[in-house]
Design a protein around this ligand. Structure first.
Ligand SMILES: NC(=O)C1=CN([C@@H]2O[C@H](COP(=O)(O)OP(=O)(O)OC[C@H]3O[C@@H](n4cnc5c(N)ncnc54)[C@H](OP(=O)(O)O)[C@@H]3O)[C@@H](O)[C@H]2O)C=CC1
Ligand SMILES: CC[C@](O)(C(C)=O)C(=O)O
Ligand SMILES: [Mg+2]
Ligand SMILES: [Mg+2]
Length: 402
């Protein structure tokens, strides 16, 4: 046995990190296949040194990391488990493929012959082997990962609840169904562990970061711990589906912050702000390309990545002193104007208004078409039509990519 394969077999953290980083991809894959017996993505065994308690702006928090769960340990831990992943939207796709690439036993459960069924087949899940109707998949699973839409988690609950039998683990990626139980009527049986792994990013990013050898940040929580192992299972599952670092939360805190954030700066607020800024530029005679470049293109292509990379002050310092002066003056104006809106939004989340709207809208049989119609309206707004043309001039633009 070569020293490299000995190092990999021993699963020494340092050695496997060095192996993963030093070897050409093809050589690494075939070595890993030979040693572990399955395809082992390089991503799965890379890691950084252990971090447990960290100081976040003066508050000590615990962080769990992937490097404590190198692939052989992960595979050993789940060797007697079948992950039944129910639902194949954005998260089902990302989490399912990552867990499969990590060499775990995964089956997918979705409505037969629906859109998700078609997408799962396209991703290589095999009907009758790894792809089943929902109830069948749940029967096969020891870990039931409920990744149906939040509305469908509620409407299907009466059918699937009796199948979640003693000893199984019930997993969610959102606190929604459990926390808003008065509206969703999702009340888990008392004899199963109930855990949460909520990736803090789109399922598409869960997948791309994994393939790049990185991992998404995820929040983890325990609702019900029957075995005494619920937390450990949550951490291991978070790693299995492609998380890099895991942060403690509760089901309540996760669902409140998540519904708030996506309606706020992550999606709703930014869409509203972009549109308002663009509109005033247009009213003042600026061309569509100028209004788009000054609102969206510069934000997403130049300035926001700087904030992401090194923080707000770094972005400021990369801009002119003129810009810095003006933005410093206007930031508090926007903050003050928006604070009451964010207060109203948080309350609408907390009191369940947002939940009830989501359940009603996404519970419709026509939910896909209804959402698609509204998104098409956005796509047809002048700002986004202008954006399409601006993007088409990028050197890496491909006509089939939009
Ligand atoms: N999207 C994301 O990136 C994130 C999502 N989450 C959470 O993960 C979970 C899954 O979200 P996401 O991946 O976005 O999925 P979606 O919300 O897009 O839900 C899609 C899945 O739900 C199924 N579905 C919808 N209605 C029904 C129904 N009536 N009966 C049976 N199946 C139905 C769809 O199947 P079909 O094709 O047959 O309609 C599809 O498989 C949610 O709890 C969400 O809040 C957490 C973090 C990020
Ligand atoms: C920001 C939207 C999100 O909460 C997410 C990708 O994290 C979602 O529900 O999809
Ligand atoms: Mg969300
Ligand atoms: Mg989210």
């Amino acid at each position: 046995m070569s020293s490299v394969s000995r190092a990999l077999r021993q699963s020494s953290r340092h050695a496997s990190r060095v192996v993963a980083q030093a070897m050409p991809k093809a050589a690494y894959s075939s070595l890993a296949r030979a040693v572990v017996g399955k395809a082992v993505p390089r991503a799965a065994i890379q890691g950084v040194r252990g971090v447990k308690t960290m100081d976040f702006a003066g508050v000590k928090e615990t962080v769990y990391e992937r490097s404590d769960w190198l692939l052989p340990k992960l595979q050993e831990y789940f060797k007697n488990d079948t992950l039944a992943l129910i639902g194949y939207g954005s998260q089902g796709h990302g989490q399912g493929l990552n867990a499969r690439d990590n060499g775990l036993n995964v089956v997918i459960g979705v409505r037969k012959d629906g859109e998700s069924w078609r997408q799962a087949v396209e991703d290589g899940w095999v009907p009758g082997e790894t792809l089943f109707p929902i109830e069948e998949a749940i029967k096969k699973g020891t870990i039931i990962m409920n990744l149906l839409s939040d509305a469908a988690q509620s409407s299907t609950w009466p059918t699937i609840a009796p199948l979640i039998t003693k000893g199984k683990t019930l997993y969610f990626s959102h606190g929604f169904s459990i926390v808003f139980k008065d509206d969703t009527h999702v009340i888990p049986p008392p004899d199963v562990d109930v855990i949460l792994v909520a990736p803090k990013g789109s399922g598409r990013t869960v997948r791309t970061l994994f393939k790049e050898g990185r991992g998404i940040n995820s929040s983890i929580a325990v609702w019900q711990d029957v075995t005494g192992k619920a937390k450990e299972r949550a951490i291991a599952l978070a790693v299995a589906v492609g998380s890099g670092y895991m942060y403690d939360t509760t089901f309540e805190k996760e669902v409140y912050s998540d519904l708030y954030g996506e309606r706020g700066v992550l999606m709703g607020a930014i869409q509203g702000l972009f549109r308002a800024q663009y509109e005033i530029l247009r009213r003042n005679g600026h061309t569509p390309s100028e209004a788009f470049n000054e609102t969206v293109e510069e934000a997403t292509q130049s300035l926001y990545p700087l904030i992401g990379a090194k923080g707000m002050d770094y972005m400021y310092n990369a801009c002119s002193t003129t810009a810095r002066r003006g933005a410093l003056d206007w930031a508090p104006v926007f903050e003050k104007a928006n604070l009451p809106i964010f207060e109203r939004l948080y309350e609408s989340v907390r009191n369940g208004t947002e939940t009830r709207k989501a359940l009603e809208f996404n519970g419709r049989k026509t939910y896909r078409e209804d959402l698609a119609r509204e998104l098409e309206e956005i796509n047809n707004q002048e700002i986004w039509r202008a954006g399409h043309t601006v993007r088409s001039l990028r050197p890496d633009y491909r006509p089939d990519s939009e």
